[in-house]
Write a protein that binds this ligand. Sequence first.
Ligand code: DGJ
Length: 693
Amino acid sequence: MSIAVNTKKDVFLLSTKSTSYAFGVDDRGLIRHLYWGKKLDFVEELELPQLTEVSTNDPVFEVTKEEFPVHGGLRYKDHCLKVTFADGTRELVYQYCGYDLEEGEGLEELTVHLRDEHYEFFMDLHYKLYPEYDLMERSVVVSNQTAEPIQVEKLHSAQFHIPYENLNFSNVHGHWGAEQQRFTQKLSYGKVVIENRRGISSHNHNPYFILDRDATETSGDVYFGALKLTGNFSGVVEQTPYGETLVQMGINSHDCLIELKPGESFEAPGIICGYSASGFETMSHNLHRFARERIMRGGLRPVLYNSWEATEFHVNSRDQIKLAQKASELGAELFVLDDGWFGERHSTQNGLGDWYVNEGKFPNGLEELIGEVKNLGMMFGIWVEPEMVNPKAQLYQDHPDWIYHYETRVSDTSRVQYVLNVTKPEVRDFIYDMLDNLLTRYDIDYIKWDANRPISQTGPQRDIWYKHIQTVYDIVRELKKKHPQVLFEACASGGGRIDYGILGIFDDFWTSDNTDAYDRLYIQDSYSRIYPIKAMRAWVTDCPNFLSGRVIPLSFRYHSAMLGSLGVGCNILKFTPEEVELSQRMISLYKEIRPVIQEGDFYRLENTSANRYFLYEYLKEGQGVVFAFLPQSQVGHRSTTLRLRGLEEGANYTLHTSNGDITKSGAYLMYHGLEVKLTGDYASAIVRFEKNQ
Ligand code: DGJ
């Protein structure tokens, strides 16, 4: 059992393989944080320090490290929970009422029960431990057992206390086409807030926190947490005047109100969290393994061809068949027909909501294209944007009241489309039936589910910011029950929906509409800190790139896309014989190394050169792959030293380089390393290696 309880002192010590987390209940019933860091062995050693106020202006609640601060009393820092009771009382006063322990498969769970001292309002703090991954999941369930409704105005899933000041806080900033731009800032006094208010999780910031003490990839303390939520989130980091840093995360309270009717409960989204004493690499490894093994659907992701960048809305059966034939010749395993196949969809102006096959474009129905794709031995995928409707679409003419709106206001369009109120049962049923019919009628293996605008004018319901995405999750879960073989890709104008909530619902994730192979190195590097490689879809596309205007050699473009789940989005009908041959070679190589890439441990290797090399290693059961990129040779044309990671010191490994095989010990390769020199611009190389028997 990894959860130890000192029942005399009501102290809990939660331990994973190499970390511990501790808290206790004091004589006032406050749940007080005690420890988070390297593993401790003895719960008996932990004491709850006596509470003393610093001054009358710094009351004990401000100084106390509460696990779950609520609104009320002499508390002035950010709280995790604020409710309004039916009589207008807005203060919570909790009492500790005991705990439960449960053990499941590879999981142990501690639940701490709290209740309000006056109202029949309950708060259960959940701590799920995943010892072998060195991870824990925190969440809270609130429950209204009064006879009247209770309004939940703010609900963050947990608060964490990091016992240091001057930490580095990292997250990402960005926008469409520029997701996952990493930033790191030194914390000082005051708060840092990251959030999303648009109804999605991820273009601008991402729902996670990383706090480190000048850590590197391989050394130093790192505290981290990732929220399981695809809708509006907020995260607050605060360095307090009392010598610690607080961080909390959860549903964004902006414009959001959750009403709990009598007898109702609500579970806040969990936060997967952990501590690494050995830098960011361990953090990523633990999260990646956990995501792959405990959250995501198993199996390798197919090499796909997607026609969007080649044809945009101008799809038709004849051209798509030609593309499919070429894609199959290159080695693609899945052909995805993107936007434009339905209704009067010739541009962004019309079509969304009218999910019938456009006869002008597909005179013999979709069957003709699907039949050809299947004859070619590929899977077939199709694009949909089910949460949206164009004003001109028949669906909107028939059901103008299905969109989010206020009766007295005009709803805004964005990309010429409205958002459907999917939380209405009839709208939910319409979307489910439309997709169920599509999957039942046609031999479809893959759905690319897009969402291309933010939510606005939500109407009187203030819980839709949360309920919208929950309804999307429910629809996908239901569809998967009936069509279990179908893979679902989450896309929201590129990488607008990637987080630990959606990881377990969808199977494939579009990282960014920015397919420039050089920009992607930065995007993918940041993405890989938190998200597993299998969840990082990457396409090779045409040059000049539509966003950057850059021209990059095809081999570099392939290598950059092979860092994740490989896809091709070029107009392959224009490929020269050399480009066809190169693509065939790259795709075939990718298929061979795919288990190592998608399911191996991933290492962001150090670059020791003044030249900006990007070096990555993947390792699975003695099989390895290394990628080296040099986007631009700079003055001096310096080489770099490639030092591998994760090898057995005493074992020998053979690397298959373009200059022949090199056999060295794990110790040599990890500590001495090999000199690597790339020259020119957009130079790249890939080297496979394996442990000798
Ligand atoms: C945005 C997506 O990110 C693209 O890949 C493409 O599917 C377009 N939408 C289609 O409208």
